[in-house]
Design a protein around this ligand. Structure first.
Ligand SMILES: O=C(CO)[C@H](O)[C@H](O)COP(=O)(O)O
Ligand SMILES: [Co+2]
Length: 221
């Protein structure tokens, strides 16, 4: 199943509830929440209180992307905000397997993100434990960047590895994803697409529907 996960980082925070509702009504399946700590990435975005507050606007799947150092310290706190999926960066965890166990022990789906320069081998011993892999298609930290083409080769290679191992895990892509490159991204093997600026700049309904139109081409095949 193909899912659009709009990143609220690109939304107008004075109209957050309205804008989330608009993208959900137009077909968005998840809501992507980018948490940045000013250490793992240069920016500081938002944390638990904001996620807890917007949990009241929608019952859609909350897909929380933790761009924070040593995320194991905060899994329980983010679990309490109403997160449905928590994704941590492999590069930010000293004991990645332990953090994945923490997420699952909290009753939440576990994702691991890889930066563009991190090889797929970083997932070797944990892949079977995961619900989702996030292949970053830009270096994390900022919205509005351009997709790095070689990251789609990683998506393709990961889909092949999963096939060989008989695994059916979601592959998410994040960074520079637009309706105009969505076809290519899905063909590479991704099924959860994060869109920030491509969803929230301009007409949110039309932008969301443009992704849905690409998805329907695949679903009607
Ligand atoms: O994780 C992220 C940045 O690190 C964001 O999810 C991403 O930037 C989305 O924004 P855009 O679609 O505009 O690239
Ligand atoms: Co993100």
């Amino acid at each position: 199943m193909l899912i659009l996960s709009p990143s609220i980082l690109a939304a107008d925070f004075t109209k957050l509830g309205e804008q989330i509702e608009e993208t959900v009504n137009a077909g968005a399946g998840y809501i992507h929440l980018d948490v940045m700590d000013g250490m793992f990435v240069p920016q500081i975005s938002f944390g638990m209180p904001v996620i807890e507050t917007i949990r009241k606007c929608t019952d859609k799947v909350f897909d929380v992307h933790l761009m924070i150092e040593d995320p194991g310290r905060y899994i329980e706190a983010f679990a309490k905000t109403g997160a449905d999926i928590i994704t941590v960066h492999a590069e930010a965890c000293t004991h990645l397997d332990r953090v994945i166990q923490q997420i699952k022990a909290a009753g939440i789906k576990a994702g691991v993100a890889l930066n563009p320069a991190t090889p797929l081998s970083a997932l070797d011993y944990v892949l079977d434990e995961l619900d989702m892999v996030l292949i970053m298609t830009v270096n994390p930290g900022f919205g509005g960047q351009k997709l790095i083409p070689y990251c789609l080769e990683k998506v393709h290679d990961l889909r092949m590895i999963m096939k060989e191992r008989g695994l059916d895990i979601d592959i998410q892509v994040d960074g520079g994803i637009k309706a105009s490159n969505a076809k290519e991204v899905v063909e590479a093997g991704a099924n959860v697409l994060v869109g920030g600026s491509a969803v929230f700049s301009g007409d949110i309904t039309a932008n969301t529907k443009a992704f849905m139109d690409v998805f329907s081409e695949f679903e009607n095949k």
